[in-house]
Design a protein around this ligand. Structure first.
Ligand code: NA7
Length: 523
C-alpha cells in the first residue's frame, strides 16, 4: 500500500507500526515451529508488484518458516525503499475524523500527531492476542509466554515441565517442537481440530524453476479462485461419486498436503453429509497415527464439521502424542479453573509446571481496529458503531467514517483466503479509487447507509448457506467472551468478491458518496 500510494500515485504517505521492524504476523509470532500454512510460492507478492522480485527470490521450503518470511518482507521493504516512510515502535492510539476540515488526525502513544486526507488500516486480522482471564493468572511463579508475543531471543525449554494451552494452528505447530526439548509437555486441549498433513519439504532447484516459469499462470489462477489458491475446486459434489472414488480423491489430496483437501469437492462447506465424509477421512488418519486409541479418540473432532474452524496443517503433531513425555489433557471435560503459583489446576487435577505457553489465539479482525481509537463523524467511535458486530460496505469502508479504508477488514474475504492475494486485491482497489477521486478533483468517499445495509444482508445470506456458523471458532468471534457472534470474514469467495468490487468501481463507485471536503455527490 505504501509503495502504491507513494510510488504509483505520488502521494505523501506515512506508515506507523508498533513493531520495531516490518513483518507483522511474522515479526511477532516467533514461537518454535512457526510456519506459513499457505505454500511459500503463492504466499508472497504477486506479479502485480514485480516480476523481478519473483525471479530473484527463491524459497527454501515448500511452506516457509517464520524466519524466512520475515527475511523476505525485510528484503521487499529494502528493495522498494519503504523503510524511510515507516515509523516503527509507534503505536497509534487515536484516529479522528474532523468534519470541518475533512481530514483525519492520527495520534500516537508518544504524543505526536499527523493529519491526513486518507486513513488506511493495515493492521492484519490476527494481531491482538487473546490471553484468557484465568483466575490466578498473574500469580504463576514460573515463566509464561503467548505464542503471538514470543521473545525474540527464543526460549529454551530443556529440562522443563511445560503446559501448552490451545491446539489451534499455532499450538499444532509449536507442540512437536517444544516436546523435543522439554522434560514433559501437558497439552491442554479444549477442542480437537481436523489437522491436515502439511507435507512440508525443502524446495528443490527444479521445483523452484518450474514455479518461476509458471508464475504468470499461477497468479492468474489465484485471482480467479474463491480461496486465492492456484488450484481450482472441481464442480463435483462429495456424494455424487462412489465411496471408493471419494476415498481415492481424499487420499490423493492428503498425499499432496496442505489445504487441497478442503477443495476436493464443491459442497464440503455447505452440505453436512458431504462434509462428514471428509471429517471421517481425517479422523481415520488420526487413528492411523496415534497409537493409543483413547488418545486418538480424544484428538478426533466430533463437535463441529470439517473446515468450520480453521484446520491447522500438521507436520508430526499427531505422532507427538506417541511420545512418553507428552500428555493430552482434556480441558473440555475438566475445564481449567485457575492458574496457581506452580501450575494449572483443572476441575479434576493439578499440573505442576515450570512454564506455561498460551497458544490461545487472537481477538481477530476487530480487536486491533478497536485499539486504534477510530472516531468518525460526530465523534462516534468505530467500536461504538460496531457494538453489535461489524457493519461495512465490502469490508473496506463503513458509513460515518469518510476516507477510512480497512485492508482485509471484517466482511471481506481476508482470512478465508490466501491472505496476500486478498491484500493485493484491496490495495489495488484502494489505489484505483484514490486515482479516480484525484482525477476528478475529489477527495472524499463514504459508503451510503443503504449500500452498507445491502452488503451486510448479502454477507449474512451467504453465511447462512454454509456450515460455518455451527462451530465455536474465532471466525465467528466465539473465542472472545462477550464478542458479538457473527461470521467476521466474507465467505462468498475471493473471486466473486473481486467481481463485485470491480463492478462497483466500474460504475463510478456505486453505493458511495463522492465529493470534496466541502460537498459530496452520490456515486
Ligand atoms: P486459535 O485457532 O484461536 O486457537 C486457540 C486455541 O486456544 C484453541 O485450541 C482454543 O480452544 C484454545 N483456548 C482459547 N481459550 C481457551 C481457554 N480459555 N481454555 C482452554 N483453551 C482455550 O489460535 P491460533 O493462534 O492457534 O491460530 C490463529 C490463526 O492463526 C489460525 O487459525 C491461522 O489462521 C493462523 P477452542 O478451540 O476455542 O475450544
Amino acid at each position: 500500500m505504501l509503495h502504491r500510494l507513494r510510488d504509483t500515485l505520488g502521494l505523501r504517505a506515512r506508515v506507523f507500526d508498533v513493531a520495531a521492524d516490518v513483518g507483522g504476523t511474522w515479526y511477532w509470532n516467533r514461537y518454535p515451529g512457526a510456519r506459513c500454512d499457505s505454500e511459500s510460492y503463492f504466499y508472497s507478492f504477486s506479479d502485480r508488484l514485480s516480476d523481478e522480485l519473483l525471479e530473484e527470490w527463491t524459497w527454501s521450503e515448500r511452506f516457509a518458516g517464520q524466519p524466512e518470511i520475515l527475511s523476505y518482507l525485510q528484503h521487499v521493504a529494502e528493495r522498494f525503499d519503504l523503510y524511510k516512510d515507516i515509523q516503527f515502535e509507534t503505536e497509534v492510539v487515536a484516529a479522528e475524523y474532523d468534519e470541518s476540515t475533512g481530514r483525519w488526525t492520527v495520534r500516537t502513544r508518544d504524543g505526536n500527531e499527523v493529519t491526513a486526507t486518507y486513513f488506511i488500516t493495515a493492521v492484519g486480522c490476527l494481531s491482538t492476542t487473546n490471553l484468557p482471564d484465568f483466575p490466578g493468572r498473574d500469580s504463576f511463579r514460573g515463566r509464561w509466554y503467548h505464542t503471538g508475543l514470543w521473545p525474540h531471543e527464543g526460549v529454551d525449554f530443556t529440562g522443563q515441565r511445560v503446559a501448552v494451552i490451545g491446539t489451534g494452528a499455532t499450538g499444532v505447530q509449536a507442540i512437536p517442537e517444544i516436546a523435543q526439548q522439554a522434560e514433559h509437555v501437558h497439552v491442554l486441549q479444549r477442542t480437537p481440530n481436523y489437522d491436515i498433513a502439511g507435507g512440508n519439504r525443502p524446495m528443490s532447484a527444479e521445483d523452484g524453476r518450474a514455479i518461476k516459469d509458471n508464475y504468470r499462470e499461477i497468479w492468474r489462477t489465484t485471482r480467479e479462485t474463491g480461496f486465492g489458491f492456484p488450484y481450482r475446486t472441481p464442480e463435483r459434489t462429495a456424494l455424487s461419486v462412489p465411496d471408493e472414488e471419494r476415498q481415492r480423491i481424499y487420499a490423493e489430496a492428503w498425499e499432496r498436503g496442505g489445504f487441497r483437501l478442503g477443495t476436493t469437492f464443491s459442497d464440503l462447506l455447505q452440505d453436512e453429509a458431504a462434509n462428514e465424509t471428509a471429517a471421517e477421512f481425517l479422523r481415520a488418519r488420526i487413528r492411523d497415527k496415534v497409537r493409543d486409541p483413547e488418545v486418538a479418540e480424544l484428538l478426533s473432532p466430533r463437535d463441529h464439521p470439517f473446515f468450520t474452524k480453521r484446520p491447522p496443517l500438521e507436520n508430526g503433531y499427531y505422532e507427538t502424542f506417541n511420545r512418553e513425555n507428552v500428555t493430552l489433557v482434556d480441558v473440555r471435560e475438566a475445564p481449567i479453573q485457575e492458574i496457581t503459583e506452580t501450575g494449572v489446576r483443572t476441575a479434576d487435577a493439578e499440573y505442576e509446571v515450570d512454564s506455561i505457553v498460551y497458544a490461545t489465539g487472537f481477538d481477530a479482525m476487530t480487536g486491533t481496529l478497536f485499539k486504534l481509537g477510530i472516531r468518525g463523524r460526530r465523534g462516534i467511535g468505530l467500536e461504538e458503531k460496531w457494538a453489535e458486530g461489524p457493519s461495512s460496505y465490502l469490508g473496506l469502508t463503513t458509513h460515518g467514517f469518510p476516507n477510512l479504508f480497512m485492508i482485509t477488514g471484517p466482511q471481506s474475504p481476508s482470512v478465508l483466503t490466501n491472505m496476500p492475494v486478498a491484500i493485493e486485491q484491496h490495495v489495488d482497489w484502494i489505489t484505483d479509487c484514490l486515482r479516480h477521486l484525484r482525477d476528478r478533483g475529489l477527495d472524499t468517499i463514504e459508503p451510503l447507509p443503504e449500500a452498507e445495509r445491502d452488503w451486510v444482508d448479502h454477507h449474512n445470506e451467504v453465511t447462512e448457506t454454509t456450515l460455518l456458523p455451527r462451530a465455536n471458532s474465532w471466525w465467528v468471534g466465539a473465542n472472545i467472551p462477550g464478542k458479538p457472534r457473527r461470521l467476521y470474514p466474507y465467505v462468498g469467495g475471493l473471486d466473486v468478491y473481486r467481481q463485485i468490487c470491480d463492478r462497483i468501481a466500474a460504475d463510478g463507485y456505486d453505493g458511495f458518496a463522492l465529493g470534496t471536503s466541502g460537498a459530496t455527490t452520490t456515486g
